[in-house]
Ligand binder design. Structure first.
Ligand SMILES: C[S@@+](CC[C@H](N)C(=O)[O-])C[C@H]1O[C@@H](n2cnc3c(N)ncnc32)[C@H](O)[C@@H]1O
Ligand code: SF4
Length: 381
């Protein structure tokens, strides 16, 4: 890390490459000193400090989401993505996390410590947990232990996790269901038939995933804790072309979520033709030539920044689920306090809101729509 491209905030060194403007680092020191000062003031004087400091530097700045209310400090709502492993047994064409696949597994003891920090922090409130992020959760043989730890520390927080289903043997399904916890398991099935699913996920995966889903449904039948869903990336296939066995399984699941794909660059956009999935080059070409030029980069902050913590197995926390590399890392929950990590996330968001997305190098080409924390969650916080 070069001196010119890094800054120390608290005990954490912020990644290189904060946005260059006209060849200079734009307000970098002032900005981070402001955050550091706010952090110290908050420690000493309570939660109104950040809002106060923010106004001192920029009287027109909107109050931050976690600024004090008349009744006192409102904890910041946080959506957690916990990565059981960076390993995956597939390499799906559309996967927005595969660039960061690796070889790390999350240790249940590390997870426990991180969750305790988050739970004990008055500065935040965990709203939902995804016990999946970058890899295939079942690649971690201790996944059932991770599930049990999460249940034990945060029993009342809504939890779901997604799997490609290819590793769902009967034995594995039983092991998972032995962890009695009210939550939802989504099996990812794309397109609707073998042709479209396998184009995205690899040859032979459709049948393996259907089998995994069927086993899970059989084992979970009558289980009062677990709900089973299908999470489907819409690849434009008409329902008439759906595989009959898939349709029969859809009738048995508790939930069916069908989403427009998130394409490289953060745009939610239809895949124009299945042939776009034939190679990475074709998909990239389609994005660069047809999709991205018509979709300008929004100027404000996306929903995720500052509201989401994506925890990797080594403790690093990223700003959003499609972030890759050090520039999106806002701290390390194994080494730092939850408040330090939160503060950096909120500062990241603040910068996007006050100076524009284009001023944040990590996000300046991302087309994720502008979004706020949902009103109902803010009220609940
Ligand atoms: C990154 S995967 C990790 C969990 C597991 N390996 C799986 O495939 O379900 C988490 C979820 O993201 C979805 N996903 C991956 N790439 C996507 C994309 N480009 N657009 C929409 N959803 C996507 C997957 O279908 C899956 O439901
Ligand atoms: S199985 Fe899941 S994590 Fe693995 S490449 Fe596919 S979408 Fe990504």
């Amino acid at each position: 890390m070069t001196g010119a491209a890094s800054a120390v905030v608290g005990r954490f060194e912020v990644a290189q490459g904060w946005p260059l403007q006209g060849g200079k680092y734009f307000c970098r020191h002032k900005y981070f000193c402001r955050q550091e000062q706010a952090w110290r003031m908050r420690q000493a004087e309570g939660r109104s400090a950040m809002a106060t400091v923010q106004r001192q530097f920029n009287p027109e700045a909107k109050p931050m989401l976690h600024a004090n209310t008349a009744q006192g400090a409102a904890p910041s709502p946080v959506w957690l993505w916990l990565d059981p492993t960076t390993r995956c047994n597939l390499a799906c064409r559309l996967c927005y996390t595969k660039e960061s696949h690796g070889k790390l597994d999350l240790d249940p003891a590390d997870l426990e410590q991180a969750l305790i920090k988050l739970k004990d922090s008055p500065a935040l409130e965990v709203k939902t947990i995804h016990l999946n992020w970058r890899g295939e959760p079942l690649m971690n043989n201790r996944f059932h232990e991770l599930l049990a730890v999460t249940r034990d520390i945060m029993p009342d927080v809504q939890l779901q996790w997604h799997t490609n289903g290819t590793m769902l043997t009967r034995k594995r399904a039983r092991q998972l269901l032995e962890v009695k916890h009210r939550h939802k398991i989504f099996v990812s099935i794309d397109g609707g038939n073998a042709l479209s699913h396998d184009l995205n996920r690899g040859e032979g995966t459709f049948l393996r995933t259907l089998r995994g889903l069927e086993i899970l449904l059989e084992e979970a039948a009558g289980d009062e804790h677990v709900k089973v869903g299908v999470y489907q990336i819409d690849l434009g296939e008409p329902i008439e072309s759906y595989d009959p066995a898939f349709l029969r399984l859809l009738e048995r699941v508790d939930d069916h979520v069908k989403v427009t794909p998130l394409l490289p660059g953060g745009a939610h956009h239809d895949v124009a033709s299945l042939s776009d999935l034939e190679s990475d080059e074709k998909l990239h070409q389609r994005m660069m030539q047809d999709v991205n030029p018509k979709l300008p980069v929004p100027s404000g902050a996306c929903f995720w920044a500052g509201h989401v913590m994506c925890l990797a197995p080594d403790g690093k926390v990223s700003i959003c689920i499609i972030s890759h590399g050090q520039h999106g890392v806002i701290g390390n929950l194994f080494e730092e306090s939850a408040e330090q990590v939160l503060e950096r996330g909120l500062a990241f968001r603040d910068r996007m809101e006050t100076q524009g997305r284009c001023s944040v190098g990590h996000c300046k080409t991302c087309r994720k729509p502008v979004g706020q924390v949902y009103a109902k969650h803010r009220l609940a916080a």
